[in-house]
Design a protein around this ligand. Structure first.
Ligand code: CP
Length: 319
């Protein structure tokens, strides 16, 4: 992909697929520059002053919605959180009409979370040319800013990606985070990407993305530098795929004992929300190797980076 194509692509931020290593590194480097803003007495910079961002969350969220809001505020943008449950959507207004209504208010950016895969790309096709769309998680397809904040967290601790073994453990089939992360890890040159879980929760052909499949956690996390735990995404399962949560924990839960099989300096990550006693033991989630709350904090700087890059790229494209 040449530079021009990439600038066009960055008018929106919808997927990790197809983005170059240079571009992913630019997101991480830009986030690194924004990171100190949160440490200051005055926690904002004027980069997006005068811009209006709308958080359009059709699905529940704590971390993503809040950190996008903080990111927008730290860039001095105006931000509106549309409460879908209290919006005209509940009176039968179509998505297209909701978008037209918000466009008429001179908004500049939509941050979209939706339960349907492909929803953010659909909205990006529908919106007026001056509007940028950021995917904040769509169905089981992509969660690109989560992947980038996870890459930021890994780079902060491990410095580079080349020699790492990264194990992603849990419900891979229903996870948009896993899909985006595998693509980002692969593009950034990670030596070994493993997906670990029961056969019912590992999608067919995942190897084509560059991941090795392990069906038992002991072998899957052996020697790993990074262990990323995922929750069971029951809301996306059409039928029960596991005997019970308790049995799942016995077979796949990350305990202190199991964590000893990973590299002694391994970090434990989780995009959240975590389900204690199902995919992760509290002693690990709150333990010294956990960087779960660091991930949350890094989400602000990474989302500032993505927001500024899409607005910047868009402005460059219209000059
Ligand atoms: N990681 C993540 O997307 O969390 P939320 O659902 O709380 O936004």
């Amino acid at each position: 992909m040449n530079q021009l194509d990439e600038q066009e692509r960055l008018k929106h931020f919808l997927t990790i697929e197809g983005l170059s290593r240079a571009l992913l590194t630019e997101v991480l480097d830009t986030a690194e520059r924004f990171s100190p803003v949160g440490e200051r007495a005055v926690k904002n910079v004027p980069l997006l002053r005068g811009k209006t961002v709308v958080n359009l969350f059709f699905e529940p969220s704590t971390r993503t919605r809040t950190t996008f809001e903080l990111a927008a505020k730290r860039l001095s943008a105006d931000i509106i959180n549309l409460n879908i449950a209290a919006s005209a959507t509940t009176k039968g207004e179509s998505l297209t009409d909701t978008l037209r209504t918000l466009e008429a208010m001179q908004c500049d950016m939509f941050v979209v979370r939706h339960q349907n895969s492909g929803a953010a790309a659909f909205i990006a096709k529908k919106v007026a040319p001056h509007i940028s769309v950021i995917n904040a998680g769509d169905g089981r397809y992509q969660h690109p800013t989560q992947a980038m904040l996870d890459m930021f967290t890994i780079r902060r601790v491990k410095q580079n990606f080349n020699d790492l073994i990264v194990a992603i453990v849990g419900d891979i089939t229903h996870s948009r985070v896993a899909r985006s992360e595998i693509q980002a890890l692969s593009t950034l040159g990670v030596a070994e990407i493993r997906v670990v879980g029961p056969k019912t929760l590992i999608p067919d052909k995942i190897e084509a993305l560059g991941a090795q499949v392990f069906n038992d956690i002991e072998t899957g996390i052996a020697g790993a530098d990074v262990v990323i735990m995922l929750r069971l995404q029951q809301e996306r399962m059409n039928s029960p795929l596991l005997p019970s949560a308790q049995e799942y924990f016995q077979s796949y839960g990350l305990t202190e004992q199991r964590l000893k099989l990973a590299d002694k300096n391994a970090i434990v990550m989780h995009p959240g929300p975590i389900n204690r006693g199902i995919e992760i033991d509290s002693a690990v989630a709150d333990g010294p190797q956990s960087v779960i709350l660091n991930q949350v904090v890094h989400g602000i700087a990474v989302r500032m980076a993505v927001m500024s890059l899409v607005i910047g790229a868009h402005a460059a494209g219209t000059n």
